[in-house]
Design a protein around this ligand. Sequence first.
Ligand code: TYM
Length: 329
Amino acid sequence: MEIVLSGIRSTGRLHLGNYYGAVRNFVKMQHDYQCYFFIADYHSLTTHPKPDDWKANVKQVLCEYLACGIDPEIATVYIQSDVPETFELYLILNMLAYKGELERTTSFKDKVRQQPDNVNAGLLTYPVLMAADILIHKANKVPVGKDQEQHLEMTRNFASRFNNLYGVDYFPLPTAFNFGKNLIKIPGLDGSGKMGKSEGNGIYLSDDAKTVEKKVMRAVTDTGPTEKNQKMPEPIQNLFTILEVVSSPDTVEHFRKQYADCTIRYGELKKQLAADINRALEPIRERISYYMNNEEVIRKVVNLGREKARASAAKTLREVREIIGIRPF
Ligand code: TYM
């Protein structure tokens, strides 16, 4: 059976990008594949070395995961730091990762710009830890957004170097996955770039209806099209990209036509967009508060996940040591 794995950092609440880029795909896959879904709390230390409140952060993300529809009885849901086998594999994979390729990684270059005073080795080897997360369960499919594509390519490189070096066909070569489509990037509401946790341009799954409305109404637009069938500038294209994931094809078509013949009113478009986002989020919001108020349920999920994830990880690590030739002395 094919194995699916995906993860999310423990910094900050989940936003629409996380949901439509990764989590929703995962929820759809959990019945047909063996699925692992985890919270990357150690990865977060690369940017937040002193988490304000580790437990509260992990709990929030975990509750939001579950609220999206992940069933912990079917999928294995766990916390990265609960599975130390991952970090031994990370060490091994580091011997197969080259400084030059790590320095050329887009996410590394972005972080160097964002935090020039803390360019730590953890940032440099971020893709290696990510590869270890994936390969420790020998996953083949990884539901992620477009921003993670390069990391997946690097994972395949490390995996095939391992296979070649030791003359085995052991690790699969995992691919980034989105249901039947290209990987997606949900844009932010500020007119450019992607929706991100640290950008302040996002709509969070836990935002209430009024907050969503306010954020959407404030989204950057222009003065409107002046010529028929003119090309959309980026901020308007961004609104349509979000509309495409939350609204019906008819709604999208309706506003596209209006844009093309210059009759569009951005106020109406935004009202519809906010209403459709709220319709999508309403059931998730309710379930977030259910889980947030049921710590006992969450604790059980974490314990069960740890047990299942460690069993799978320990098996891989035993086999990897055996392949390398590291055996009890
Ligand atoms: P993170 O926490 O930044 O994001 C979690 C998931 O959400 C997707 N995503 C988006 N998709 C579309 N549009 C957006 N604007 C958007 N923003 C975020 C991300 O692509 C991701 O799938 N490195 C990972 C966490 C990680 C991981 C892994 C993922 C660690 N190990 C192993 C998969 C497998 C990250 O920072 O995701």
